[in-house]
Design a protein around this ligand. Sequence first.
Ligand SMILES: C[S@@+](CC[C@H](N)C(=O)[O-])C[C@H]1O[C@@H](n2cnc3c(N)ncnc32)[C@H](O)[C@@H]1O
Length: 303
Amino acid sequence: MTPTFEKGGHIIYWGDALEVLKTEIDTESVDLIFVDPPYNIGKKFSDFHDKWSSDEDYAAWAYQWLDECVRVLKRTGTLYVMTSTQAMPYFDIFLRNKLSILSRIVWHYDSSGVQARRYYGSLYEPILHCVKDTKNYTFNTDEIKVEAKTGAQRNLIDYRKPDPAPYSTEKVPGNVWCFPRVRYRMDEYEEHPTQKPELLLERIIRASSNENDLVLDPFAGTFTTAAVAKKLNRRSTSIESQEKFIKIGLRRVLEMPCYNGEELRPPRKSCIRKNANGKRFKADGKGDLFDGVRGARVYQKDT
Ligand SMILES: C[S@@+](CC[C@H](N)C(=O)[O-])C[C@H]1O[C@@H](n2cnc3c(N)ncnc32)[C@H](O)[C@@H]1O
């Protein structure tokens, strides 16, 4: 039996994604799936080392749970899947025969970390946006519109229309999304090597599901998907193999105060920071300085 935790429409399975998908999730039962698996790039996720012996071995593993995701997705459902830039071609070619790929999204982020010197450093992660039925799927354009720059900003009139009218001030975002990565000083920060930002999940969940819909995340990590689904009044099912991260989900999503006698607390953050010259100073949780030198450049730790 897979250890299972449940409260108020949110379910957490502690186990292997493929096993849990096969044994616990009904066929065509899920409205939206967001999959952010290990990328085969050697990260350490608690006791799990994210490295396969070859790209082909990694792809063969992924094809099994991708097939399961296709099985559990409703006919009207949507799947978003991420992986490394080098592995995404395998996923893309595999999935285009099973689902319709509507968008190939680039999540572009800032990076203050060390950059590559002899090649072009990676500043993005790819995301596939796929549906089962191109004639019947959820896409709530009004929920995700962003400011339209160009014509609207300059108060221009669009004369291409039969009746000339001001340019629209809002538009559906394009397929390049700019959201900052989760940084140490952000309120949402958890101790995990690849936490995804809430803003990214918010756009996906608002666009591709409705209230009370079921959102599935088979590789939950810090449970960003479920936390955002909960905020937006969706139901969620999450799977995670590492106990260390299960505890984050129990606190962040199910609001459990303790687990096995252990108090569940958000990460404790050090308030010792360094300025641009490497000098140490004390800061409060929001990055403001205690000593009154406000507005100084503050460096944040990359995750
Ligand atoms: C890329 S991270 C997901 C991060 C997540 N999206 C977030 O915002 O925190 C992948 C997660 O999958 C977990 N994992 C690795 N192998 C797994 C498996 N076979 N079944 C379930 N979870 C697994 C890892 O422990 C890790 O937390």
